[in-house]
Design a protein around this ligand. Structure first.
Ligand code: DUC
Ligand code: ZN
Length: 458
């Protein structure tokens, strides 16, 4: 009889701090020991593979209605989290979007009812504070109750009519969040300006997808990042900037950090790998997302920012729509925005980040697993230490996989990474001690995942 329920033996443990060969012993749902020669009732040999903390994706949109409910993102809580698990992601954080007249707590309960019982991996939720709640004292008065319920992160939009906050609203909401210890996570694009540029383009007869990128240029994103940072400084609030896509926006973040401002920032695989030229292809509308895809020079700036610690996390902003849905609109302004990507993030970052020479192994784990867990308040995730949840990935660094919609488990029916050859893919994914994916086969079940109450953000 061994001392542990399960031992992952002989693997190369990769954490944000170190890389070393060791066994990992698991009891129940937790990591119990890391050492040599551990004996378990069951042993999984990880020789030649990396043993990683389960990856954490803090930015996903599953079954999300957009365009007033005309479209709903094509992965639901079951399919999206199964796809995530195949790629080694063991925790996702999705969003609550309260409707007008709905309290934040009612909206949280409704969103949890959609996810609980369906999720295959653990999940958390960010609370959106939309335009219609930003001026309502009773909505802002709910902030402490939400933080107590384990929802300490609040999504604020500066783009999208209906959702976006103006400067005064942003200031008021940031101040309210700061006074209770909430972390604002902000979509930084200048919505009114983008709307004007889009209207101008349409008036000139420019309906093609490439005008999506031209009417959301890097400078407007940088302006919104800079403005959000300045308003956050006035409100004495920390800031987490989602989906940074370009060098100009990153420059504003770096400058604010140099001034000592508590700012954290995320980028996404699409901004590291794809460019706006894809919008010019036949069917280019499928690549519409916001912020838009940028230039190669931006990719290099983002890789540099990740390597230097100026960007802390890589999340997917997974927001998939089918090709038919993407192609339906009469012009680029009518295309539902967002790309699929929940499954391949960890592996993409291994191939292009580690093998591509931009990231060390430990930095790869830090940006995909450890830093997102820490910033989002997932204290039991992102580490390989005794007492942490046994969310683990056995990652085979030499397994080669050619990405294709047919072999991925996402439901959009297409992938922006079609044909991309990756080096390294998970052999096994464990969630709280249970093997949920083994050699490409899903062995878990929808409903295994729990809502994770999160505290102590940043
Ligand atoms: N951008 C997208 O492209 N989709 C989802 C939400 C967002 O901000
Ligand atoms: Zn998003």
């Amino acid at each position: 009889m061994g001392d542990y329920d399960l031992v992952i033996a002989n693997g190369t443990v990769v954490t944000a701090e170190a890389v070393y060969i060791a066994d990992v012993g698991i009891v129940g749902e937790e990591i119990a020991a890391i050492g040599q020669g551990l004996r378990g009732r069951r042993t999984l040999d990880a020789g030649g593979c990396y043993v990683l903390p389960g990856a954490v994706d803090v930015h996903v949109h599953l079954q999300m209605p957009v365009s007033g409910g005309r479209y709903v993102s094509s992965d639901d809580f079951a399919s999206g989290t199964i796809a995530a698990a195949h790629g080694g992601t063991t925790t996702v954080i999705d969003f609550v979007e309260p409707q007008p007249g709905q309290s934040l707590r009612e909206a949280l309960a409704a969103r949890r009812a959609e996810a609980d019982g369906k999720v295959a991996v653990d999940y958390g939720l960010h609370m959106t504070i939309p335009t219609w709640h930003a001026d309502e004292p009773q909505a802002l008065a709910e902030i402490p109750a939400l933080i107590e319920a384990g929802v300490p992160t609040f999504k604020l939009y500066l783009a999208y009519a209906g959702l976006r906050l103006d400067d005064a609203q942003l200031y008021t909401v940031l101040k309210a969040l700061a006074s209770h210890g909430g972390l604002p996570i902000v979509h930084c694009e200048n919505g009114p300006l983008c709307d004007r540029l889009r209207a101008e383009a349409l008036a000139e007869g420019h309906t093609a997808p490439r005008h999506h990128a031209l009417t959301r240029p890097p400078r407007q994103e940088a302006e919104a990042v800079g403005r959000a940072l300045d308003i956050a400084a006035l409100a004495a609030a920390p800031l987490y900037v989602v989906h940074v896509s370009c060098a100009e926006a990153l420059e504003r973040i770096v400058a604010a950090r140099r001034r000592g401002q508590p700012v954290f920032a995320e980028t996404c695989p699409q901004y590291l790998t794809l460019t706006a030229e894809m919008l010019e292809r036949t069917g280019g509308e499928r690549y519409i997302c916001a912020p838009p895809l940028r230039r190669e020079a931006d990719q290099m700036a983002l890789w540099g920012g990740l390597a230097r610690g100026e960007l802390q996390t890589v999340a997917t902003d997974h927001c998939p729509f089918t090709l038919a849905e993407k192609a339906e609109g009469a012009d680029f302004t009518q295309v539902p925005g967002g790309l699929p990507g929940i499954e391949a993030r960890l592996s993409l970052l291994h191939t292009l980040g580690v093998r591509g020479g931009h990231l060390s192994l430990s930095r790869w784990v830090e940006v995909c697993c450890t830093a997102p867990a820490r910033l989002a308040g997932l204290s039991r995730k992102g580490h390989i230490i005794p007492g942490a949840d046994a969310d683990l990935v056995i990652f085979d660094p030499v397994r080669q996989v050619t990405l294709s919609a047919d072999s991925l488990h996402e439901r959009a029916g297409w992938t922006p990474y079609e044909g991309l050859r990756l080096h390294g893919w998970p052999r096994l994914t464990l969630s709280r001690g249970e093997v949920i994916v083994e050699e490409g086969r899903f062995t878990g079940q929808p409903g295994h995942g729990h809502f994770v109450a999160r505290f102590d953000v940043t």
